[in-house]
Design a protein around this ligand. Structure first.
Ligand code: GLN
Length: 284
């Protein structure tokens, strides 16, 4: 069986099982299995698969058919052009979250604050803090997560990109493991409403860590805690950067306003047109 045949066959299989992007999934899985770029699949459609390769591929096709995300099967996901290791202990980084990285960079890149102290709360795979480490050469970076298994993944990712020496990782609840004041605190906290969790796609609901997704009755429990506690960990003039879900902007803006001590609240849409990032400044 050659590359072209197995791709067609797998695509049809995924299509029949109702997957949303059957061809792409088949390509990403096969490319990973053969350890080649996706483009190589088109350059060498005649390449024959060995029996071992076929035997290894079948369980992957089965897992995908059952709804497991491609990223957990390949164990990889790209974020900010960096290849990251992922497993079911961490949320799969979403492209939308790159907006959050862009916002942080807006304030700390090319500024005189290149030695800024920045903390990522709930780092998961480490996507945000590792992207920041790759961009900010002088910043002093820390990241925490309540899950020590997630911290292990984040650390492996930092090591894989030779950035581990730039980031201090801590396992613990929110601000518990850190001390001192930060110039920037960034977080993509869990923000799915309890009731909508069960309406998420089976890929997310059955495979990704619920603890990284569920944010309480209105999804904003973690935003509340981050805004309330965050001000005690921000320098005067420092900024909090939060990812939010669709429809949460007004409430989170209100949380900043009601808390006092914050000013200059600003929102930014993702490329799908959804308000995705809120930032506010700790008053002087
Ligand atoms: N954007 C993610 C999703 O909808 C949720 C991420 C989060 O809760 N922080 O699957």
């Amino acid at each position: 069986m050659n590359v072209a045949t197995i791709l067609n066959q797998t695509t049809k299989d995924f299509e029949n099982n109702g997957l949303a992007s059957p061809r792409l999934d088949a390509e990403v899985l096969l490319a990973r299995l053969l350890k080649v770029d996706r483009l190589d699949l088109f350059k060498y459609p005649e390449r024959e698969l060995t029996d071992k390769e076929l035997a290894d591929f079948h369980p992957w096709v089965y897992r995908r058919r059952m709804g497991e995300p491609v990223a957990y099967i390949t164990g990889r996901k790209e974020f900010w052009s960096l290849e990251l290791i992922v497993n079911p202990d961490v949320l799969i980084p979403r492209p939308d979250t790159e907006i959050l990285v862009e916002e942080v960079l807006k304030y700390y890149k090319d500024s005189d604050k290149t030695d800024a102290r920045i903390l990522d709360v709930g780092t998961g795979s480490g996507a945000i803090i590792i992207a920041l480490a790759a961009e900010l050469k002088n910043a002093s970076l820390s990241a925490c997560d309540i899950s020590s298994k997630a911290i292990q993944v984040a650390l492996r990712n930092a090591e894989a990109h030779s950035l581990a020496h730039r980031i201090a990782f801590f396992a613990g609840d929110m601000f518990a493991p850190v001390s001192g004041l930060f110039d920037g605190i960034v977080s993509n906290p869990p923000y799915i409403e309890d009731d909508t969790f069960y309406a998420l796609s089976r890929e997310v609901r059955n495979f990704e860590p619920a603890s990284a997704l569920m944010g309480g009755p209105d999804g904003m429990n973690f935003h509340r805690r981050l805004i309330r506690k965050g001000k005690h960990y921000l320098k005067k003039g420092g900024r909090l950067f939060l990812e939010i879900g669709a429809g949460q902007k007004e409430t989170v803006v209100g949380l900043f306003r009601n808390e006092g001590d914050y000013e200059d609240v600003a929102c930014r849409k993702d490329y799908g047109g959804i308000e995705r990032c809120i930032t506010a400044r700790r008053k002087n």
